[in-house]
Design a protein around this ligand. Structure first.
Ligand code: F6R
Length: 590
């Protein structure tokens, strides 16, 4: 995920910016850059990869005295992680850094291109600075206001222009940005971490805030009126700051799902269709069936994908576990599309399976979160999931975005339009405080016993598998996912009050069938927690989701609940939620 730093002062500005960026490294990035405005000149450096690469490139650049600087770490979403796509972005005499998504960037870009304005990068950010100069006649602040008024979407922006050598412009909408100060220095940052230890006081900007700093005087506008500055003391705990106030990275990542899913959709969907810039439609020509191959959570996403693709596109879709596929001497037909799914892009078993498919001449497609990873480099085509770095070992937002990409693909291949529903998912994934409180309270009843069954049908079956995996990974309690209809074929023998069943009961898919499966367990005295919009009498606990008219909206709401439940149980058991025992985030060995 991207990060922003800004600095105005005379205390070694290059170092201030690089130090700030280093504090944002934990958020993940694949390129970085900065611009410094001093005496009417802008000096800029960008580099792909680590901040040390940027520092190395700028090693001979020295600047003394009072200056203004903006800096950025970028996690590629629109366009590859190249130097050109790295921030800052430039127009003729201005530079900008930006976090967030400009949803209407394509229409702004087209308008400006018609006026003869040229673009260098593939990013939405470049449109901001080009639009600013397009509007700039005499008054820079007016041009800045006009620019932000035209932007739809989310942004935190810092902009410098040679036309105003002592001024930095800023704006915030839906993406975090703060101003912090010391006696004689002013800082900007997208989170607390870069300014802790450097500044004493802070203003967390609100959505819609904008303004400028000229000669070190801050002019902050809210509702189009300049307002008084109200500073608060900056907290001093860095580790806490990195988690943005959440107890664990996993919790932060669960809460982030709503916004990262918007990133996943950005530029890929409108009311009329689904678009994959990365792939020409003819890539799919001649495909008769699909094999999806992945491990762990990504495999569960693949299973959801197989239901969605078969249902919406009527293409036969087979799902394989990477480590099994490699050694089963698989039959590989050239008219099979081979899809690999991986958060890290480095999982050895998935990578080897991909090599086998590619060597056998199959078309290969990666669904991955990390651009330039081994899997992305090897596959013919890639759809990035755009979840941002995931620090919690137990995967959450990566899964949510993988499923989303697969759902888009299912509709794309089947020419189906569920776009109106897809666009509601981000809202559904917003964590509701009351619900989280309820899960926290409920979790105390589920700390012992001899195990958990998560049950569901159709796409709720892989969700049951994923819910069980989350729980076992971080609570170390035994948990299994089962198709609800399969219980009577053996597992029900385990049912008793100390066996906890988490039942995923959809109103929109196989409701009556799943309900009878729950009743079969209830009559054997299993302790049951049902997650559904429909309360049924025969269960012990109930978590109510919204009554919606599409099973995938139920799916996403239940997904958030199972993640929170696993986390709250783990916290009560005193485990390390982010770094569970015996597990690694990236499994690069067999
Ligand atoms: C579980 C989890 C793992 C990974 C698996 C594959 O929370 O994260 O099961 O899903 O190791 O990893 P990737 O997706 O990086 O290929």
């Amino acid at each position: 995920m991207c990060g922003i730093v800004g600095y105005i002062g005379n205390n070694n500005i290059k170092k201030q910016l690089l130090d700030g960026l280093k504090e944002l490294e934990y958020r993940g990035y694949d390129s970085a850059g900065f611009s410094i405005l001093k005496d009417g000149e802008i000096y800029s450096y960008k580099a792909v990869g680590k901040i040390t690469n940027l520092a190395q490139k700028a090693k001979d650049f020295e600047i003394d005295g009072e200056a203004l600087g903006i800096a950025h770490t970028r996690w590629a979403t629109h366009g590859k992680p190249t130097e050109i796509n790295a921030h800052p972005h430039f127009a003729e005499f201005s530079a900008v850094v930006h976090n967030g998504i400009i949803e209407n960037y394509q229409s702004i870009k087209q308008k400006l291109q018609k006026e003869g304005i040229e673009f260098l990068s593939q990013t939405d950010t470049e449109t901001i600075v080009k639009l600013f100069e397009y509007h700039l006649k005499n008054d820079s602040f007016e041009a800045f206001k006009q620019t932000i008024n035209e932007l739809h979407g989310a942004y935190a922006i810092l902009l410098l222009t040679k036309k105003e050598p002592d001024t930095m412009f800023f704006a915030k909408m839906g993406s975090p940005l703060l101003i912090a100060k010391n006696d004689d220095e002013i800082f900007f940052a997208s989170s607390d971490a870069p300014v802790i230890g450097k500044a004493k006081e802070v203003i967390y900007l609100e959505d819609g805030d904008y303004g400028y700093i000229k000669d070190k005087k801050i002019h902050l506008f809210r509702d189009n009126k300049e307002i008084n500055l109200s500073w608060t003391t900056l907290p001093q705990n860095k580790e806490f700051a990195k988690k943005e106030g959440f107890r664990f990275f996993m919790e932060k990542e669960i809460y982030e799902q709503s916004s990262v899913l918007q990133e996943t959709l950005m530029g890929r969907i409108d009311e009329n269709g689904i678009y994959f810039e990365e792939i020409d439609k003819d890539f799919f020509e001649g495909i008769r069936d699909i094999t999806i191959c992945a491990c762990g959570t990504s495999y569960h996403a693949g299973m959801v994908g197989s239901y969605l693709i078969q249902r919406n596109a009527r293409i036969k879709t087979n799902v394989e576990i990477g480590s099994e596929f490699r050694y089963k001497n698989p039959i590989l037909n050239k008219d099979t599309l081979f899809i690999v799914i991986s958060q890290s892009g480095e999982t050895a078993d998935t990578l080897e399976a991909l090599k086998m498919a590619k060597n056998a001449g199959l078309k290969t497609l990666a669904i991955c979160n990390v651009d330039n990873s081994s899997i992305v480099r090897l596959a013919n085509k890639t759809l990035l999931t755009r979840a941002g770095i995931e620090k919690g070992v137990a995967s959450t937002k990566a899964f949510a975005t993988q499923v989303m990409v697969l759902w888009l693909l299912a509709n794309y291949l089947g020419n189906k339009n569920e776009n109106n529903i897809i666009m509601q998912v981000s809202k559904v994934c917003k964590v509701n405080d009351k619900l989280h409180e309820k899960i926290k309270r409920l979790s105390k009843r589920y700390l012992h016993g001899h195990g958990f069954f998560f049950i569901g049908r159709d796409v709720f079956y892989p969700l049951a598998l994923e819910g069980a995996l989350k729980l076992k990974e971080i609570s170390y309690l035994h948990a299994e996912g089962y198709p609800a209809g399969e219980m009577k074929h053996g597992p029900i023998a385990l049912a008793d009050p100390e066996l906890y069943t988490i039942a995923l009961l959809s109103k929109n898919l196989l409701f009556e069938k799943t309900k009878s499966n729950i009743e079969e367990l209830s009559s054997r005295d299993s302790t049951i927690l049902t997650i559904s919009s429909q309360e049924i009498e025969t269960t012990d606990d109930f978590i109510k989701i919204n009554s919606t008219n599409h099973y995938m909206l139920e799916f996403y709401e239940m997904m958030v609940i199972t993640q929170l439940l696993a986390m709250e149980i783990s916290i009560r058991l005193g485990n390390d939620v982010d770094m569970p025992r015996n597990l690694a985030k990236s499994v690069t060995v067999e």
